[in-house]
Design a protein around this ligand. Structure first.
Ligand code: C2E
Ligand code: MG
Ligand code: MG
Ligand code: MG
Length: 283
């Protein structure tokens, strides 16, 4: 009987493994199609000043529309793309779409910072800075209005290569942000050497901010570290007004989260921005 249960468990495990592996293979083959047919879209999530509610910028987030599933989450397909070479194509597609959108918004009178996410593999591409430079030039984009978000762990995959690519991006005037800060292991030695402008506190510390004292202590510590290093501090995942107030009192510069807005398609983001009372988000 015991043998039987274990056999069943093994079979279940095996079929689960199979279906996950199949799903990955299936998604990868459809990713090729989705890229070629320009199916992927960007949605844009606002970032606003905690001092006065000014809309400072947006983060561009990839969306893969799917007939059956609505959207396939980037949390699922980005890691897959990162293990194949798709991530290089996806990144350039994203940078191109974001820069083009920024040009359209500027023509419509909306001039804000545009943040785009990079992956570890992008940081070992020595041609990355010139490719981005050419794209920004094409869309007449001001480099200092362009921000690249990179996670600590992605930097630490090949720290020396990443450092040299980041230095060149920074020399071009592009701004750099450390994403999901607090979740990877960061070396203070590297942190000090990196040409960063911004630090984003990971949403896992913000989610229970009002209920969890150790989260509050961690956020306060990250905040003071960031200010020592002269970095702007962004809190991501701000979902309620109490957290907004508390982060604002602490001195955090920028908030991003569902309290303000979820990521929106470009046309809806423009309508939302134009509807703000004297350009400011208010609670
Ligand atoms: P991320 O860069 O840390 O992006 C923030 C994620 O948190 C987004 O999820 C956003 O929708 C979500 N979020 C924002 N505010 C809130 C909130 O108040 N509450 C909660 N619960 N969640 C919030 P999304 O769009 O699913 O993206 C997930 C991750 O996928 C991103 O994390 C990023 O690592 C990756 N990703 C998305 N787009 C791209 C891209 O174009 N390139 C690369 N390399 N990665 C991307
Ligand atoms: Mg990000
Ligand atoms: Mg993040
Ligand atoms: Mg993340």
């Amino acid at each position: 009987r015991r043998v039987k249960t274990e056999q069943i468990r093994y079979l279940l495990y095996q079929s689960e493994w199979h279906s996950e592996a199949l799903r990955r293979v299936h998604l990868l083959s459809r990713m090729r199609e989705a890229i070629d047919n320009h199916v992927m879209q960007l949605h844009y999530q606002p970032q606003v000043s905690l001092k006065d509610g000014t809309l400072c910028g947006v983060e561009a987030l990839l969306r893969w529309p799917d007939d059956r599933e609505g959207y396939i989450s980037p949390a699922e397909f980005i890691p897959l793309a990162e293990r194949s070479r798709f991530i290089e194509e996806l990144t350039f597609m994203t940078i191109d779409m974001a820069a083009r959108q920024d040009q359209l918004w500027r023509q419509a009178g909306l001039d804000i910072q545009m943040s785009v996410n990079l992956s570890a593999r992008n940081l070992i591409d020595l041609h990355l800075p010139e490719k981005i430079g050419a794209c920004l030039q094409y869309y007449e984009h001001q480099a200092h209005h362009f921000m690249l978000e990179i996670t600590e762990s992605d930097i630490m995959t090949h720290p020396d290569l990443a450092l040299s690519v980041m230095q060149r991006l920074s020399d071009m005037g592009i701004r750099l942000s450390i994403d999901d800060f607090g979740t990877g292991y960061s070396s203070l030695t590297y942190l000090r050497k990196l040409p960063m402008n911004e630090l984003k506190i990971d949403q896992s510390f913000i989610r229970d901010y009002m209920r969890n004292e150790s989260d509050r202590k961690i956020v306060a510590t990250i905040y003071s570290l960031a200010h020592t290093l002269n970095l702007h501090v962004v809190a991501e995942g701000v979902e309620d007004a109490d957290t907004w107030q508390a982060l604002s009192t602490l001195g955090v510069d920028i908030a991003q989260g569902y309290l303000i807005k979820r990521a929106l398609p470009a046309d809806e983001l423009l309508i939302w921005a134009q509807s703000l009372d004297s350009g400011r988000f208010r609670l």
